[in-house]
Design a protein around this ligand. Structure first.
Ligand code: RFL
Ligand code: PHB
Length: 389
């Protein structure tokens, strides 16, 4: 088989890049390790920046998001038993869209199917080859048979554990990483959210986040030790811990119900440099991971896709490689700013094992400064809604 751009991974990065390229008349094939249902079963991000919603519109996949997504003008910070609203729209004139990654993925898959795009699911042992030369290709196995896809470029959109980054180890790849000493235990329940906006809570017992997927479906997280057994977190224990980390009137308003999903996610900051190796590009989580506190992971995947799409379009339409040549540097510039913001949000809102009561007071002072200073609140808002790209 031959295509112009072979894409590894059918997560949001791969699907979005594939759609933008197909719509620009550039042929793509997506090769995915697991089944379509498995991809759609993953529960992940929930907050989309305007840059991402614009790209979904551009890819013809934004209609349901505009109908069913929830535009949010602000969010709440709670600490020391009190609430403070960060008025995103009032501070920086922008809002975010609350719409689950699962739905984004479904909309992109539907659009790909409607426009005749090819995706090969359940492809085992996907490997990129010869990407440092002019004739790269992918190999994979399906139903015990080995296949080959010849192409002009390979987009590694295969997430943190994918094959693309592994293929460039030892080829000048540099890794910058911080692993946090805790995780997030997250649940989804068919109950109305406690508040119509998100609530990020700093508490001496640990961080908590009240989020949502719709007006009838809530997404809640509590910080917990990395080695906690998810099974040991009964629903009752989860609801009690969540309420213990919220101010009293918020805790009293939480509506509980059986969880329909429960999982523990580790927190990590990670950047691979560079993001280009000849004709292979690393895109999204394949190249970088942020802790979820700033809600930036999926949004960074979108800015990578925007830069790579522009570079590839220029290559085919204008016979210019200028965009491809600056892809890595352009993407990394935005990635590092989001890393800074995500690490700062994480450090400011979580309980660290060695921080003691002094560290807790410094965090509270930082939050007090943040909500009392228009300059500091504006900086938070500017980063939360997403830096321009
Ligand atoms: P994905 O989504 O991991 O997709 C990669 C795809 O590649 C496939 N794959 C392979 N295919 C072929 N061969 C191989 N060898 C392969 N290895 C893997 C995988 O099966 C998969 O289908 O990466 P992508 O597309 O770059 O998208 C990145 C986002 O998924 C990620 O950044 C976000 O989910 C992060 N994130 C959040 N981001 C936000 O912007 N806002 C949020 O509110 C937010 N909340 C979150 C999050 C991530 C979380 N977890 C669980 C890590 C909340 C959580 C709890
Ligand atoms: C989510 O709804 O899953 C979510 C929202 C905000 C975050 C992280 C996750 O910062």
């Amino acid at each position: 088989m031959r295509t112009q751009v072979a894409i590894i991974g059918s997560g949001p990065s791969g699907l979005l890049l594939g759609q933008l390229l197909s719509d620009a008349g550039i042929d793509t094939v997506i090769v995915e390790r697991v089944s379509q249902d498995y991809v759609l079963g993953r529960i992940r991000a929930g907050v989309l920046e305007e840059g991402m919603t614009n790209l979904l519109d551009e890819a013809g996949a934004g209609a349901r998001m505009h109908r069913e997504g929830l535009p949010h003008d602000g969010f709440d910070l709670t600490f020391s038993g009190r609430h403070h609203r960060i008025d995103l729209h009032g501070l920086v004139g922008k809002r975010v869209m609350v719409y689950g990654q699962t739905e984004v993925t479904r909309d992109l898959m539907d659009r790909r199917a409607a426009t005749g795009g090819v995706t090969i699911y359940e492809a085992a042992n996907v490997q990129p080859h010869d990407f440092e030369g002019d004739k790269p290709y992918l190999t994979y196995e399906k139903d015990g048979v080995e296949h080959r896809i010849d192409c002009d470029f390979i987009a590694g959109c295969d997430g943190f554990h994918g094959a693309s980054r592994k293929a460039v180890e030892g080829k000048g790849l540099e890794i910058y990483e911080r692993v946090y000493p805790f995780g997030w235990l997250g649940i989804i329940a068919e109950v109305p959210p406690v508040s119509h906006e998100l609530v990020y809570s700093n508490h001496a017992r640990g961080f908590a986040l009240c989020s949502m997927r719709s007006t009838t479906r809530s997404r809640y997280y509590v910080q917990c030790p990395l080695d906690d057994d998810v099974e040991a977190w009964t629903d009752d224990r989860f609801w009690d811990e969540l309420r213990a980390r919220l101010p009293r009137e918020t805790a009293e308003a939480v509506i509980t119900g059986p969880s329909i999903e429960k999982s523990l996610a580790p927190l990590r900051s990670f950047v691979a440099e560079p993001l280009r190796f000849g004709r292979l590009f690393l895109v999204g989580d394949a190249g970088h991971i942020v802790p979820p506190t700033g809600a930036k992971g999926l949004n960074l995947a979108a800015s990578d896709v925007r830069y790579l799409f522009e570079g590839l379009r220029e290559h085919y339409a204008d016979r210019s490689d200028a965009g491809i040549d600056v892809y890595s540097a352009r993407a990394l510039k935005r990635v590092w700013k989001a890393q800074r913001f995500s690490a700062w949000m994480t450090n400011t809102l979580h309980r660290f094992p060695d921080m003691g009561s002094f560290g807790q007071r410094v965090q509270e002072a930082e939050l007090d400064y943040l909500v009392g200073s228009k300059a500091a609140s504006t900086s938070l808002a500017e980063n939360y809604v997403g830096l321009p790209y």
